[in-house]
Design a binder for this molecule. Structure first.
Ligand code: NDP
Length: 252
């Protein structure tokens, strides 16, 4: 399939996990992919994997929480790869703690990296998209947006992504820009491995426990989120906008 031929896609947090799987899939289907992560060295692994398979990708270092840095790196990407058509707001962090023990710094860090970065990247990207009257923005929310013990900061940020998505769809729709979000359940990545470690479990035991209460009886894999992100970034979803799609193995 070449759903993304001629398109330039930016994937933030693309060094590993869901971002890396998404970058690989978009590239497989013809996109020139800018893999953005905190350092270009970290992003290079994904970019090299893509180019080794004959795809087009470049690695960029950028803290997406920094508006000026985003503006500068997106300008470089547009110049290097020939435009900016698709934005995947994927970079994210967790700093879990029960609310009464949650330091303000951890509240701020999670809101900044998970939500303000989506403002930064979307705000810069929409300038390119409005000018060309074509764009796709897909952001990573989370099932935790519905509430999750120990994640007041993360849940607030991921619920914020849903509100941002619904509103940008209204404001940017007239410029032929689709804006959607994906809300994954438990996906086996470094992020959930770190959660397991925090609760004193191995990644494997933690996954077994989560799988037992998930209707599909297993946890998700990064590729199972990437395929939904790619759908929303493609013309297959041309009349879908303002939506948050839960991808969580059937959990309610
Ligand atoms: P990972 O932690 O595996 O990957 C996130 C990537 O984002 C890392 O490479 C990280 O770099 C990078 N990153 C963090 N902060 C910044 C920043 N300020 N600027 C640029 N890059 C940054 O996460 P996942 O793949 O698991 O998750 C991807 C997205 O999906 C996140 O938004 C997450 O909240 C969301 N999600 C994940 C779920 C899951 O179960 N895994 C469930 C629901 C939502 P570094 O490692 O150097 O810090």
């Amino acid at each position: 399939m070449t759903r993304f031929a001629g398109k330039v896609a930016v994937v933030t947090g693309g060094a590993q996990g869901i971002g890396a799987a998404t970058a690989r899939l978009l590239a497989e289907e013809g996109a020139a992919v800018a893999v953005v992560d905190l350092s270009a060295e970290r992003a290079a692994g994904t970019a090299e994997e893509i180019t080794a398979k004959g795809g087009t990708a470049r690695a960029y270092g950028c803290d997406v929480a920094d508006y000026d840095a985003v503006e500068a790196v997106f300008a470089r990407i547009a110049e290097d790869l020939g435009g900016l058509h698709i934005l995947i707001n994927n970079a994210g962090i967790t700093r879990d703690n029960l609310f009464f023990k949650m330091p303000k710094a951890d509240w701020d860090a999670v809101l900044t990296v998970n939500l303000t970065s989506a403002y930064n990247c979307s705000h810069v990207a929409q300038k390119y998209m409005v000018a060309q009257k074509w764009g796709k923005i897909v952001s990573l929310s989370s099932r935790s947006a519905l509430g999750n013990r120990g994640q007041a900061n993360y849940a607030a940020a991921k619920a914020g992504i849903q509100g941002l998505t619904a509103t940008l769809a209204i404001e940017l729709g007239p410029f032929n820009i689709n804006v959607n979000a994906v809300a994954p359940g438990y996906i086996a990545t470094a992020m959930t491995a770190a959660t397991a470690e925090r609760v004193g479990a191995t990644a494997e035991d933690h996954q077994t426990e989560v799988a037992a209460r998930t209707p599909l009886r297993r946890v998700g894999q990064p590729e199972e989120i990437a395929s939904v992100v790619a759908f929303l970034a493609s013309e297959d979803a041309s009349y879908v906008s303002g939506q948050t799609l839960y991808v969580n193995g059937g959990a309610r």
